[in-house]
Design a protein around this ligand. Structure first.
Ligand code: AMP
Length: 280
């Protein structure tokens, strides 16, 4: 596994991989890698790709009041995970390398980005798209790996790539959870044991929503109300949004269409903001 931290060296590696006829998949991450990221490396490798994992806490996708400064950084452990999972390259540029002070170009998608996380985190998807398109130009992958944990990110990136005619295989993998059901996230490290315990109610609420759909309920209002009730029983939890949406457009649906509807939720556990979702 090669560890690369400059754009020039990554471009040279990209040229070599292409010359050798390798098929490359890119997995963009913010680092603090865990089993969720590892599952995506494995998935891309199983499809025959050499995997480039980018590890970069992208300043463009954090709002002024968000946790950019304290987001966990663990480059040595990240390199060890990449090595263990058989990634070909870990690309870990500095913020100055990716976005020097005079950087003045951004890319935004203005429809799928708007609802859900786009309402309160207005910088998020413009930051993600701008960063990822830059990474794509540096790495020139044939595939992009993404986790269903961030369902709106998948939809926004799919739309952005389609709009800009940038064909690429999209490899998506299911959300990896701890044994107790909490979706793995770097931000879980902010939680105290009590906060973590309360956060589990969200996964219970999502599973209850799925059970309701499986038993025949189709009203989005009813499943949203039930899930909100379950989360509302916890003192430290505050729902930012909870909605049944179409997985491609992120538009709200009045009726659940089994297999083509997603329940997405963002919530505060005290001051920690987490998200989760389930396919209904
Ligand atoms: P992040 O480092 O949080 O930006 O995530 C990088 C990629 O890993 C994104 O495509 C995420 O959707 C994916 N990912 C993050 N957490 C999980 C998880 N628990 N299970 C599966 N994929 C995940």
């Amino acid at each position: 596994m090669k560890k690369i931290d400059t754009i020039g060296a990554m471009q040279a590696e990209t040229a070599q991989l292409r010359q050798a006829g390798r098929r490359v998949a890119l997995l963009p991450t913010l680092g603090a890698l865990h089993a969720g990221h590892a599952s995506l490396i494995r998935l891309a490798r199983e499809r025959g790709y050499d995997v480039v994992v980018s590890v970069f806490v992208n300043p463009l996708q954090f709002g002024a009041s968000e946790d950019f400064g304290k987001y966990p950084r663990s480059v040595a452990a990240d390199a060890a995970l990449c090595e263990r999972e058989g990634a070909a390259v870990m690309f870990a540029p500095s913020a100055e390398e990716m976005f020097p002070k005079n950087f003045s170009t951004t890319v935004s998608e203005d429809r799928v980005s708007k609802p859900l996380c786009g309402v309160s985190r207005t910088a998020l998807f413009r930051g993600v798209l701008t960063c990822w398109l830059k990474l794509i130009h540096i790495v020139q992958p044939m595939a992009l790996a993404m986790g269903e944990k961030d369902a709106q990110q998948i939809a926004v990136v799919r739309k952005g790539l389609a709009d800009l005619s940038l064909p690429m295989e999209i490899i998506t993998g299911p959300t990896v959870r701890d044994a107790d059901g909490l979706a793995l996230s770097a931000r879980n490290s902010y939680l105290t044991p009590t906060q973590r315990d309360e956060a589990l109610a969200v996964n219970r609420a999502l599973r209850r929503a799925k059970e309701m759909v499986e038993s025949g309920v189709r009203s989005a209002d009813r499943v949203v109300a039930e899930a909100t009730h379950i989360i509302g029983e916890k003192r430290r939890l505050r729902v930012i949004y909870i909605a049944v949406v179409h997985p491609d457009t992120m538009e709200a649906m009045r009726e659940v269409v089994p297999g083509q509807s997603l329940m997405a939720v963002a919530f505060w556990v005290d001051e920690v903001r987490l998200t989760d979702n389930i396919s209904l």
